[in-house]
Write a protein that binds this ligand. Structure first.
Ligand code: 5GP
Length: 177
């Protein structure tokens, strides 16, 4: 398979770090005195999640949900497979789903419906990136890092065929060059 080529850096390490700290301040304000459970969606959200929890100065708990999305393609299938469920019983808990990127919204729509059925006290979304124009389903995103155009991006946890997750910045990619 041909490897993708980095096109343009959309958000630098510094820009991301600043925005993550701003999101942390928003969350702190809303959950003062509470102890939310942050549920990171693997694999893509692992870097964002790690930075976000360290920026938060309130008590939080963390858990992870691993799902399969695109595989080797850059197109969404709409079919979501849970590879690893969360370990926590979220009944009565304040849950924040931490997602790397929203494209069509199909993935998160499935995840939210699945978690909602377990009766959390509240359920909110924190997404680093949102391709608003590409949204097919209206997802209520309480905490949004950056809206982005409908381009394929990698870095800061996001991959193309499992590559580029370790880039400290977020860049667009030309997959078939
Ligand atoms: P959706 O179901 O909203 O269409 O897609 C969400 C999932 O697709 C994300 O969690 C992510 O795994 C993947 N995804 C969507 N857009 C991109 C992108 O531009 N780059 C990468 N690397 N993954 C993406």
């Amino acid at each position: 398979m041909e490897k993708g080529k980095i096109d343009e850096i959309l958000f630098s390490e510094q820009q991301i770090s600043l925005r993550v700290r701003e999101l942390a301040r928003e969350i702190e304000r809303d959950y003062e005195g509470g102890s939310p459970l942050l549920v990171g969606i693997l694999k893509g959200a692992f870097v964002f999640m790690a930075d976000l929890v360290r920026a938060l100065e309130i008590e939080v708990k963390v858990d992870f949900l691993a799902i399969a999305s695109y595989g080797m393609s850059t197109k969404t299938s709409g079919i979501v497979r849970i590879l690893k469920d969360i370990d926590t019983d979220i009944t009565g808990l304040h849950v924040i789903v931490v997602e790397d990127i929203i494209d069509t919204g199909l993935t998160l729509n499935y995840v939210l419906a699945n978690l909602k059925a377990r009766n959390p006290a509240s359920l909110e979304v924190c997404a680093l990136l949102n391709k608003r124009e590409a949204n097919k389903i209206d997802i209520p995103v309480k905490y949004e890092g950056f809206p982005i155009p409908d381009v394929f991006v990698v870095g800061y946890g996001l991959d193309f065929a499992e590559e580029f997750r370790n880039l400290p910045y977020i860049a667009s990619i030309q997959p078939h060059r």
